[in-house]
Design a protein around this ligand. Structure first.
Ligand code: AMP
Ligand code: ZN
Length: 117
């Protein structure tokens, strides 16, 4: 598989495409969204390419749990916890997913309405 066959977020996680990194370890990469929807808008992804929450298999469940826990830790580190934050995983095109590599949006720094649009 050539580099260009890999998805956008695989290429960001491997450093092939630049992004403003917020966190990384062996399993997880986090970076600032290029089109922020809140004062803080970070995307947290597993390095493993899993297209969506609908595609998890086997140990992917534990991995995605680790991604969620890391998102909460990043929120804590950025002091978003006191005022609250939103963690969103759009799943499927109808729900607004445009990049088919699991990612959680961590949004904070403003109030959020409900229901979302
Ligand atoms: P979703 O629509 O839930 O699939 O979210 C995809 C997100 O990726 C959007 O919020 C985009 O703004 C963001 N995005 C797309 N390309 C990049 C990029 N090169 N760097 C950072 N964020 C990106
Ligand atoms: Zn990918």
């Amino acid at each position: 598989m050539s580099t260009n066959d890999r998805c956008l977020f695989c290429r960001i996680a491997s450093g092939d495409i630049p992004a403003r990194k917020a966190y990384e370890d062996d399993e997880i990469y986090a970076f600032h969204d290029i089109n922020p929807q809140a004062p803080t808008h970070i995307l947290i992804i597993p390095r493993k390419h899993i297209p969506s929450l609908d595609d998890m298999e086997g140990a992917d469940v534990q991995l995605v749990g680790t991604v969620v826990a890391r998102a909460a830790q990043i929120a804590h580190d950025l002091q978003l916890t006191a005022d609250g934050y939103r963690l969103v995983a759009n799943t499927g095109a109808a729900a607004g997913q445009t990049v088919f590599h699991i990612h959680f949006h961590l949004l904070g720094g403003r109030n959020f309405g409900w229901p979302p649009g």
